[in-house]
Design a protein around this ligand. Sequence first.
Ligand code: SAM
Length: 220
Amino acid sequence: MDQKYDFDGWSSRWDEDRIGFHVAKPNPFLLQYWHHLHEIKPKRCLVPLCGKSLDLVWLSEKVETVIGVELVEKAVLDFFREQQIIPEIQKNSPFNAYSHQGLKILQGNFFDLNLEVEDSFQAVFDRASLVAIPEELRPDYVQGLTDLMGAGSRLLLICVDYDPSKMSGPPYSVSQNEVENLFSKKGTLEVLETRNNLEDRMRERGLEWLNESVYLFEKN
Ligand SMILES: C[S@@+](CC[C@H](N)C(=O)[O-])C[C@H]1O[C@@H](n2cnc3c(N)ncnc32)[C@H](O)[C@@H]1O
């Protein structure tokens, strides 16, 4: 794994409760655009870099099997504690698995996930995940993600784009151009919406504008 990958940075963020990305409700774009995933009647949904997102809960009410992947154990433990669920735990390498009914969180490094560990997925929800990955690793992330997607499977992807000279990520700025370069050879990509969405916490970090875009990708 690339030496520049800041594993410790993510652990510290969780330890010190610097998790401004976490929102105490399901993502509004997921609710708005869920029908694009629902249409293909997915049985297995992947939520990469899931944190303790409530999207996991929402999705597990709609899809038989939901699998989240999260590096930091504290995030996983917080998720189950806050949901008042005692998960079954299987400690293993490269992932510890925490499961309850159709929901499982694999605790470990997303870059270790492949089809030997998990079967393929028909649906993927990526919010604040691609934009958490440094630029030089994004091609590997997208390759790993799309390798896990079966033909005709769909991904809802939410990315932010801002003037990168004003702030260093994460979240990193990932432009529409970059998203097209990363995905377009692997399937069809559509921009569903772009919204100016500069929250105070980003304004305080020096940004004057921030666009949030929602993409629908369908794998060939
Ligand atoms: C910006 S947060 C987004 C979390 C979630 N998607 C949400 O919407 O709240 C990124 C999460 O990915 C986790 N993470 C970072 N690198 C990872 C990796 N290589 N494998 C798995 N999880 C990772 C971090 O600990 C953090 O919880």
